[in-house]
Write a protein that binds this ligand. Structure first.
Ligand SMILES: C[S@@+](CC[C@H](N)C(=O)[O-])C[C@H]1O[C@@H](n2cnc3c(N)ncnc32)[C@H](O)[C@@H]1O
Length: 270
């Protein structure tokens, strides 16, 4: 059984403070990169009389940021090309004759969709049809049983499962405003009545009422989810994790599905 200390520690690891969030580290490394690149460019202009083209200075900024991010700030390697491309791409974008409101609108939409992805490190990607059918086969036969999708995205899994099992109560919890609104509207317009979309943070809701808890998250919150499941889920209930396993706990079954990405479902019985 996890101690309160372990539980708190895991939760704070899954929900990093803004200082530990990857986006903060990216911005910090870019700021340091800009400081070195522009200082170097000014020094070159004063002492050597050579003015470096802006594009070159920005490319140097990106390279410094990428190296710092990888070496010092432990950003995953896939940030390297993004960090390198970011400053020149930003300069290129600002030179295009695109109205400023388009950037603002794009930023607003992305914020509403990826609401707390930078903090929770859970992005949005969707469960495919093969996986929904595999989930349906894992649901208990008992009428009235309850299922919850932690972070229901656009609500596809909840609506499809509710259609397959009209005798069950199928719920989803979502914290990102736009996916929640879309799924809420889908449910309103197309039913089914046993599908329920809840707006909120699943860390603040108990898992005790559910017979099956489904999570398609990321590696980051898995140990905190393990602790939460241990504390709250009732004996006999089932935790299903799509693609991401709990590191120190063996799943009692792993199902590999016959879809394009060979999806793995990790099954944990409480
Ligand atoms: C990988 S997507 C999965 C979407 C959906 N469950 C599916 O399988 O199609 C993860 C979703 O979890 C949501 N999410 C992340 N952390 C959350 C939290 N603490 N509370 C509620 N939703 C959360 C994200 O906004 C995102 O929509």
């Amino acid at each position: 059984m996890a101690t309160a200390h372990q539980i708190d520690g895991s939760i704070s690891a899954a929900r990093p403070s803004w200082r530990r969030a990857p986006l903060f580290r990216v911005l910090l490394t870019q700021a340091v990169g800009a400081l070195f690149a522009f200082t170097g460019a000014f020094a070159g202009a004063i002492w050597l009389g050579q003015t470096a083209p802006l594009f070159v200075v920005l490319a140097v900024q990106g390279i410094i940021a990428a190296r710092l991010g990888e070496r010092l700030f432990r950003l995953p390697r896939w940030w390297i090309p993004i960090q390198m491309a970011m400053p020149p791409a930003a300069a290129l974008a600002s030179s295009l004759a695109v109205p400023a409101w388009i950037y603002l609108a794009a930023f607003a939409i992305l914020t509403l969709v990826f609401w707390n992805a930078a903090r929770s490190r859970v992005p949005l990607y969707l469960t495919n049809d093969t996986t929904v059918m595999a989930l349906a086969a894992l649901l208990p036969l008992r009428p009235g049983a309850r299922f919850v999708d932690l972070g229901h995205g656009f609500g596809g899994t909840v609506i499809d499962l509710a259609r397959v099992r009209p005798d069950m109560r199928i719920e989803g919890i979502e914290s990102a405003p736009l996916p929640f609104l879309v799924s809420w509207a889908r449910r309103l317009l197309t039913g089914p009545v046993n599908a329920h979309m809840i707006y909120g943070d699943f860390w603040n809701r108990s898992l005790a009422p559910y017979d099956v808890v489904y999570a398609f998250l990321s590696p980051a919150p898995m140990s905190a989810l393990r602790d939460k499941a241990r504390r709250e889920m009732t004996p006999g209930s089932l935790l299903i994790s799509n693609s991401f396993q709990i590191e120190d706990r063996a799943a009692y079954e792993v199902k590999t599905l016959d879809d394009g990405r060979r999806t793995r479902l990790y099954l944990y019985k409480m």
